[in-house]
Design a binder for this molecule. Structure first.
Ligand SMILES: *[C@@H]1O[C@H](CO)[C@@H](O)[C@H](O)[C@H]1NC(C)=O
Ligand SMILES: *[C@@H]1O[C@H](CO)[C@@H](O)[C@H](O)[C@H]1NC(C)=O
Ligand SMILES: *[C@@H]1O[C@H](CO)[C@@H](O)[C@H](O)[C@H]1NC(C)=O
Length: 215
């Protein structure tokens, strides 16, 4: 009897194990989201968005947030914004007074806005979020590119126009092909059903009028 019990015991184990495996990823999963690249026109204001998902509600006393800036691969990564019951710029920082926190941690948003964007604001911006009791720190990275003046805008409108006309042309061609195909298919079907009808009519003529049949 004992050997049987021994063999029997491992069987119930897989279920909790499976449950654990399902639970672990959600525990690990402090998801943090930010666009990989943001383009900004110099002199403009740009919002660097960073949002997160946590299994726990944000407790301001425990919540931790850091934004850092790294100007180049070799450059140091410097924090310029953190959270102490509320989001505060770390003074002094390279941006002067141009950093404004425009997120809302209780709504899982830790975005900030950078005003009067300069060419040398280009670089990597990282947001770090920690939301205890979630044990895992979330990190997201944004590559900020600063562009000057309007040419890219004109380029993009030209690209949009070209894209739209090419796209529109293709759409018309595809639509025409589909219509032709459909018309052909319908014709074939009609011919086919006509054949069937005449066949059936032939049949029903022999057996009786189909319209009076159901009544
Ligand atoms: C943007 O940069 C260009 C070239 O560096 C400069 O001439 C221009 O004044 C800047 N524009 C703004 C709005 O800062
Ligand atoms: C980066 O650092 C390495 C050594 O750590 C150095 O050889 C290289 O020249 C540096 N690159 C730049 C762009 O400063
Ligand atoms: C933010 O920086 C502080 C000080 O370096 C550090 O103690 C804290 O753990 C950091 N928080 C996150 C979420 O990275």
């Amino acid at each position: 009897m004992r050997p049987d019990d021994g063999r029997g015991l491992p069987q119930p184990a897989p279920a909790p194990l499976l449950l654990l495996l399902l639970l672990v990823p959600t525990d690990l999963g402090m998801e943090i989201m930010a666009p990989p690249t943001i383009l900004a026109l110099n002199g403009s204001s740009v919002r660097l968005t960073c949002t997160f998902n946590s299994c726990y509600q944000v407790e301001k006393k425990q919540f931790s947030l850091n934004w850092t800036y790294q100007g180049c691969d070799n450059c140091s990564e410097d924090a310029f914004l953190h959270f102490k019951l509320k989001a505060l710029p770390i003074e002094p920082n390279r941006f002067g007074g141009r950093v404004e926190f425009t997120g809302n941690p209780t709504k899982n948003d830790v975005s900030f806005t950078l005003h009067n964007v300069q060419l040398d604001d280009e670089g990597l911006y990282r947001c770090y979020v920690m939301n205890p009791p979630d044990r895992h720190k979330g990190i997201a990275k944004i590559d900020l590119k600063v562009i000057t003046e309007e040419p890219p805008e004109r380029d993009s409108t030209v690209a949009v126009i070209v894209g739209a006309s090419v796209g529109g042309f293709l759409a018309v061609v595809i639509l025409a092909l589909v219509v032709v195909k459909c018309v052909r298919r319908k014709k074939q079907q009609k011919l086919h059903t006509d054949d069937q009808k005449t066949e059936e009519e032939g049949k029903t003529d022999g057996e009786g009028n189909p319209e009076e049949g159901p009544k």
